[in-house]
Ligand binder design. Structure first.
Ligand code: AMP
Length: 409
């Protein structure tokens, strides 16, 4: 037997119906806010991620699926969606389009992580980006979009964490303040964090190693280091969220695993997931496009982990996803098989879903199939019914049977 690659899985019906429904709701909500879909390639030049995400991040250090193609060019399976969107913005000269530019994507991402519950090597993200505005109003729109989507999925128990990681003006001061404390406690840190003192001290705040936790408590928070512009930006976002009645918590320890973030960063967590409790991460990336060689265009976005989202999807939403057919037609003998096909085609034309028992093995077997498909009703079609333009409708949940004119279905 050939197994799936470690950390990957098949998503089968009926579960895939839930995935489809979630994606359909995402599209409806995104379209209702004026976002258009962008589909970028699953592979990109490796340099996009090393330059975009940042050299000393977990993704770039350890998690990328990188390989040479037959001509020796280094390619990487995309580990996230924002750097590809920024690349596409530049490659397609999108600065000539009307701004703000509102984009969304849905699709698989790849990271070589240690698989565990809620963590896969191929996982799916649903993300949105708004490109152009520097103003915090764009941040508020992002939250509004995100919360609208999660509300439509009937979530009631998610927590939003919000922080600012500053900008080019104020982050260097904060970095230096972190570095000063970290240097003093170098001996207590894990090897990764020792390296991060020089390369990326903010990432220490995100370290999960037990040994680093006491040092983390000693680190200054960014609040006191934000410049006036960053503070005002954060205040506007807070006021916006309050006005939209979006519940959130300021978390001045929140940093994100990707280097491109500036100012606003946020995440959404669920108490119903285990250690991997984040279902969404996002933030502002005012320098990403210009760092990749494009124009100076700011942006902000989020990415929801679809696998985790579906794991904790409220039952109330799932109950409404009906994978079964409206009708499953059972021809009583092979003579009624072709009329059954005709009837199925007619029903589908009218917007209903319909299937046909194909083997012509009669009523008993056909009804068994019908029940197994999860259909709502079986339509029994015999010689006499066809003669009278009728069909026997059997409700598969209650077993109740009534004869109906085909035209009345
Ligand atoms: P990130 O791109 O790291 O900000 O991640 C955004 C969201 O994607 C996270 O909050 C998770 O829900 C999801 N995610 C990230 N990595 C994985 C993974 N390996 N497996 C499943 N979901 C993931």
């Amino acid at each position: 037997m050939i197994a799936t690659v470690k950390g990957t899985r098949d998503i089968l019906p009926p579960e895939s119906f839930v995935w489809n429904r979630v994606e359909a709701v995402a599209r409806e909500v995104f379209h209702s806010f004026g976002y258009g879909e962008i589909r970028t390639p699953l592979m990109e030049p490796t340099e996009l991620f090393t330059r975009g995400i940042g050299e000393d991040t977990d993704i770039v250090n350890k998690e990328m699926y990188t390989f040479p193609d037959k001509k020796g060019r280094s390619l990487t399976l995309r580990p996230e969606g924002t750097a590809p969107v920024a690349r596409a913005y530049i490659s397609n000269n999108m600065q000539t389009l009307p701004h703000p530019l509102r984009l969304y994507y849905i699709g698989p991402m790849f990271r070589y992580e240690r698989p565990q519950k809620g963590r896969y090597r191929q996982f799916f993200q649903i993300g949105a980006e708004i490109l152009g505005p520097e103003e915090p109003a764009a941040d508020v729109e992002m939250f509004s979009l995100l919360v609208d989507f999660l509300n439509r999925l009937e979530f009631t128990d998610l927590a939003v964490g919000l922080n600012s990681v500053g900008c080019e003006a104020c982050r260097p001061g904060y970095r230096a303040a972190l570095q000063a404390v970290l240097q003093e406690h170098k001996g207590e840190l894990c090897v990764d964090c020792v390296r991060r003192i020089d390369t990326n001290p903010l990432r220490v705040l995100d370290c999960k190693e037990a040994g680093c936790q006491p040092v983390k408590k000693l680190l200054p928070s960014i609040g006191g280091h934000l410049c006036e512009t960053c503070s005002a930006h954060l205040r506007f976002v807070e006021e916006g969220l309050n006005a939209l009645k979006i519940r959130f918590e300021l978390n001045d320890r929140l940093v994100r695993g990707l280097d491109y973030y500036t100012r606003t960063v946020f995440e959404v967590v669920s108490g119903r997931l285990g250690a991997q409790n984040a279902i969404c991460g996002g933030g502002r990336y005012d320098r990403l496009i210009s760092d990749l060689g494009g124009p100076k265009v700011p942006g902000i976005g989020f990415a929801i982990g679809q696998d985790r989202l579906i794991e904790i999807l409220p039952e109330s939403f799932k109950a409404k996803v009906k994978p079964g057919l409206d009708y499953f037609i059972v021809p009583v003998s092979p003579n009624e098989l072709l009329p059954a096909f005709e009837l199925a085609a007619k029903l589908r034309e009218q917007g209903r879903s319909a299937g046909v028992a194909l083997d012509g093995k009669g009523l008993k077997k056909g009804l068994k199939f019908a029940a197994a498909t999860g259909a709502v009703s079986a339509l029994i079609l015999g010689e006499e019914e066809i003669k009278n333009g009728e069909v026997v409708v059997k409700n598969l949940a209650t077993g109740e049977q009534v004869k109906k004119k085909i035209d009345e279905l």
